[in-house]
Ligand binder design. Structure first.
Ligand code: ASP
Ligand code: MG
Length: 438
C-alpha cells in the first residue's frame, strides 16, 4: 500500500461526465488499497471566466477579493468530485486549501507556500477516506486572508502536500500523455519523454513549458518528490520526473504506476526538448553612459518594480560617445511598470531613450547532455539560419541555450529546431485530449 497524491487539472474535470470519469480512476486506486489525496483545479475555464467577470465589475479588483473569488472555482470542483467518489462506495471528504493546512505569505495572486500542516488530511486518510483538496489556494499566516498561488498553481499544491505527507509519488493528470519534447499544441510530431530529471524539467518549465507550474518543479526537486505526469483521458505511461534522470527511481510500489523500461532508463538523450515562451518583452536602454555603476542602478530600478528579468545583453560602447545600449527581457506583464520606473529615472541614469517591444519569442533547447557534447549551439544556430530566422539575443545555462526571435517566427523556429535535433516522433503520440490551452 502506498500514499499517492493525484492532481487533476481543469480540463480533466471540465464537466459532470469528466468528474465522474476521474472519480472512477480514484476509486480504482482506493480499491487497490492505496491512500489517495486528490488536488483538483477549477472546472474547465472557470478561473478565466471568473477573472472576466471581475473585470466587468472593475478593471482593478483588490487582490484580496480577486483571490476570494477565484478560490471559489476549486471549491466547486472539489465538492462535486467528493460527491462522485462517495457514489462509488468509497468515502471522500473535500477541504479548502486553508483547511488542508496550506500556509502562505500574504501576496495575493502570487502567494508562496511557507508551510504545510496537513493534520486534517492525515486524519481523513486514517479514517479510510479519500481527501480532496482545492488546488492553488492557501491562507496567509499573517493576515489570515485567503490567497492564491498564481495561475496553474494547483500543481504546486499537489507537490507541497506530497512532500508534507511523504507520499510515494505525486501524479499530475493533464490533457496530454506526459511531458513532450515540445508543446504538442504546437509541434504535432513531438515525442513523449519517458523519463526526465528534476533539473531538466526545471529548465523546461522556466523556459516556458506549460505542462507543469514552475514552482511545483522547484518544490519537487528540493524535497525529492517523484512526479508522474500523465493523461486523465488515457492509460498511457506518461513521464516520470525523478532525481538524476530516474536511475534512482524506486521500483513501483504499486502496479498502478508505470516504471520505465530498462531501455528507457538507460537511454540518455543529449537534448530533452525545445521549450518556447511567447509571453516575454524586451527593453533596450539606448545610450546609457558606459561608466561603473550604471548597470547596477538600472537593474536596481527594474528589481524594485518587481520584474524577474531573464536575458541581458550589453553592447560594446563606442569610444567616441562613451555610451552603450543594454537590452534585457522580462515578462510582458511587467513591461508597463518597468518602463514607467526607468523613464522616471532617465535623468539619474543618463540614457537617451527606451525601446520597448513585446513582439518577441523565446526558444530554449534543454538537455543535460549539453554539458559534455560540443556543437549543440552551432547546430541550433544553423537550424535557425536554414529556416531564415534571425536571432536577436542569446543566453545559456549549463544545460540550456535560449534565443530570442521575432514573435511571428517563433512557432516556425520551434518546429525547425525540433526536427534538426532529431526529436520528431513517427508514432503520432502527441494527442491533445482537451482544454483550450489557455
Ligand atoms: N484554476 C487555476 C488556474 O486556472 C489553478 C490551476 O489550474 O492550477 O490557473
Ligand atoms: Mg486551470
Amino acid at each position: 500500500m502506498s500514499l499517492v497524491v493525484q492532481k487533476y487539472g481543469g480540463s480533466s474535470v471540465a464537466d459532470a461526465a469528466s468528474v465522474l470519469r476521474v472519480a472512477r480512476r480514484i476509486a480504482s486506486y482506493r480499491a487497490a488499497g492505496h491512500e489517495v489525496v486528490v488536488v483538483v483545479s477549477a472546472m474547465g475555464d472557470t478561473t478565466d471566466d471568473l477573472i472576466d467577470l471581475a473585470k466587468q465589475i472593475t478593471p482593478t479588483p483588490p487582490g484580496r477579493e480577486l483571490d476570494m473569488l477565484l478560490t471559489a472555482g476549486e471549491r466547486i470542483a472539489m465538492a462535486l468530485l467528493a460527491m462522485a467518489i462517495n457514489d462509488t462506495g468509497h468515502e471522500a471528504r473535500s477541504f479548502t486549501g486553508s483547511q488542508a493546512g496550506v500556509i502562505t505569505d500574504a501576496s495575493h495572486g502570487k502567494a508562496r507556500i511557507i508551510d504545510v500542516t496537513p493534520g486534517r488530511i492525515r486524519g481523513a486518510l486514517d479514517d479510510g477516506a479519500v481527501a480532496i483538496v482545492a488546488g492553488f489556494q492557501g491562507v496567509s499566516q499573517t493576515t489570515k486572508d485567503v490567497t492564491t498561488l498564481g495561475r496553474g498553481g494547483s500543481d504546486t499544491t499537489a507537490v507541497a502536500l506530497a512532500a508534507a505527507l511523504n507520499a510515494d509519488v505525486c501524479e499530475i493528470y493533464t490533457d496530454v500523455d506526459g511531458v513532450f519534447t515540445a508543446d504538442p499544441r504546437l509541434v504535432t510530431k513531438a515525442s513523449r519523454i519517458p523519463l526526465i530529471s528534476h533539473e531538466e524539467m526545471l529548465e523546461m518549465a522556466a523556459a516556458g513549458a506549460k505542462v507543469l507550474h514552475l514552482r511545483s518543479v522547484e518544490y519537487a526537486r528540493r524535497y525529492g518528490v517523484p512526479l508522474h505526469v500523465r493523461s486523465s483521458f488515457s492509460d498511457k505511461p506518461g513521464t516520470l520526473i525523478v532525481e538524476g534522470g530516474g536511475r534512482a527511481f524506486p521500483i513501483s510500489p504499486t502496479e498502478m504506476f508505470v516504471t520505465p523500461t530498462e531501455e528507457e532508463a538507460m537511454e540518455q538523450p543529449i537534448i530533452s526538448g525545445v521549450a518556447h515562451d511567447a509571453s516575454q518583452a524586451k527593453i533596450t536602454v539606448v545610450g546609457i553612459p558606459d561608466v561603473p555603476g550604471k548597470a547596477a542602478a538600472t537593474f536596481q530600478i527594474v528589481a524594485e518594480a518587481g520584474a524577474n528579468i531573464d536575458m541581458i545583453v550589453q553592447n560594446v560602447s563606442t569610444e567616441i560617445t562613451g555610451r552603450t545600449d543594454i537590452s534585457f527581457t522580462l515578462p510582458a506583464a511587467d513591461g508597463a511598470a518597468v518602463r514607467q520606473a526607468l523613464e522616471a529615472a532617465q535623468q539619474e541614469l543618463g540614457f537617451q531613450r527606451l525601446v520597448y517591444t513585446d513582439q518577441i519569442g523565446k526558444l530554449s533547447l534543454v538537455g543535460a547532455g549539453m554539458r559534455s557534447h560540443p556543437g549543440v549551439s552551432a547546430r541550433l544556430f544553423e537550424a535557425l539560419s536554414e529556416a531564415g530566422i534571425n536571432i536577436e539575443m542569446i543566453s545559456t545555462s549549463e544545460i540550456r541555450i535560449s534565443v530570442v526571435t521575432d514573435l511571428a517566427a517563433l512557432d516556425r523556429a520551434v518546429v525547425a529546431v525540433h526536427t534538426a535535433f532529431g526529436l520528431d516522433s513517427a508514432d503520432g503520440e502527441a494527442i491533445v485530449y482537451g482544454g483550450t490551452g489557455r
